[in-house]
Ligand binder design. Structure first.
Ligand code: MN
Length: 313
């Protein structure tokens, strides 16, 4: 179901593979107590875009009266969690003592490193939620780093051809996002106002890219994307033509192809199964590696059984 991508910057000498838009079907799943969401990464078809290794599209959804999104205490390793809030609010709490409400237009960035535990809850006054929740794999030199948490209430923004652009991660033209990442990455939110908007974005030819329509009709290189699709674009492109219908919105991710291969299991990222087995055993044993979340009275999430035989302890 690949469609050719018109790219006037490369009149014919680019590798064929780099000229093709790959459509990845989002996977329906649930979050917390069963809130339906759509997962763009990882899927069988596409595991990563740069170091971005996980992408959930949450909402936009009206929460049933008296119900919210509640994700109990759970651990992470080897990654950063990255929350981009579009509508509604979430309260983040973690084992470092952070307690931070995130509001629309803001980013929470939590570096798990060696180990961290967090909870996420919609406050009682949040009736509608729309967010993108991402993970960024840490490279080997930072994978075991000290855990950290950053809240970014304000991000660089500009208007281009009628599109409101907000830079969430990395660099674009003269703009630099304040979010601390550890590999060359891009995260860029694009929102049309009441008018349709068409623009051409400069790309980094060494990056691969992914585009997630967040709402409304989005066209990439002249190809319309469905709300249940994620578009992947391999490296080798110098620019990208985007068209958004009135009120439409999309998230552009990019990054240098990530190496070495990562292994993901449950909420852990590592470079081999032994590391993940150890992390899971530490979580199950209540190790000091994964401290309590202060102020959290809820249950700790239980990891499902490892899908491989764990080495003897
Ligand atoms: Mn988490």
């Amino acid at each position: 179901m690949n469609a050719p991508l018109h790219d006037p910057a490369h009149p014919g000498d680019a590798p064929r593979a780099a000229r093709v838009l790959e459509r990845v079907a989002l996977r329906a799943t649930t979050l917390g107590d069963g809130l339906p969401i759509r997962r763009a990464l990882p899927t069988r078809q596409r595991r990563m875009v740069g170091a971005w290794c996980f992408l959930d599209h949450i909402g936009p959804v009206q929460l049933p009266a008296g119900q919210g999104l509640h994700v109990g205490a759970h651990p992470h390793t080897g990654l950063q969690t990255f929350t981009w809030m579009i509508e509604g609010e979430l309260l983040h709490r973690d084992s470092l003592g952070s307690a931070q409400r995130i509001r629309p237009g803001q980013v929470n960035l939590m570096t798990a490193g060696h180990g961290i535990v967090h909870t996420e809850d919609t406050p009682p006054d949040t009736a509608r939620v729309h967010a993108a929740q991402l993970w960024i794999a840490l490279p080997p030199a930072q994978a075991g780093t000290t855990p950290a948490f950053e809240h970014h209430p304000v991000l660089p923004g500009w208007t281009q051809d009628g599109l409101r652009c907000t830079l969430l991660a990395g660099r674009h033209g003269p703009h630099q996002a304040p979010t601390q990442v550890h590999t060359p990455l891009l995260g860029l939110d694009l929102a049309a106002g009441p008018q349709a908007a068409t623009t051409t974005l400069a790309l980094e030819p060494g990056f691969e890219y992914g585009l997630l329509p967040l709402q409304g009709e989005v066209q990439l290189g002249g190809e319309a994307l469905g709300g249940d699709e994620f578009a992947y674009l391999g490296a080798g492109h110098a620019q990208l033509r985007l068209a958004l219908a009135p009120g439409a919105r999309a998230l552009l991710l990019g990054g240098e192809p990530f190496a070495p291969p990562i292994v993901m299991w449950w909420n852990f990222v590592g470079f081999d199964r032994a590391y993940l087995s150890r992390a899971q055993a530490d979580w199950e044993a209540g190790s000091v590696r994964f401290p309590r979340v202060a102020g959290d009275e809820g249950r700790r999430l239980a990891a499902p059984p490892l899908p491989w035989r764990a080495p003897p302890a």
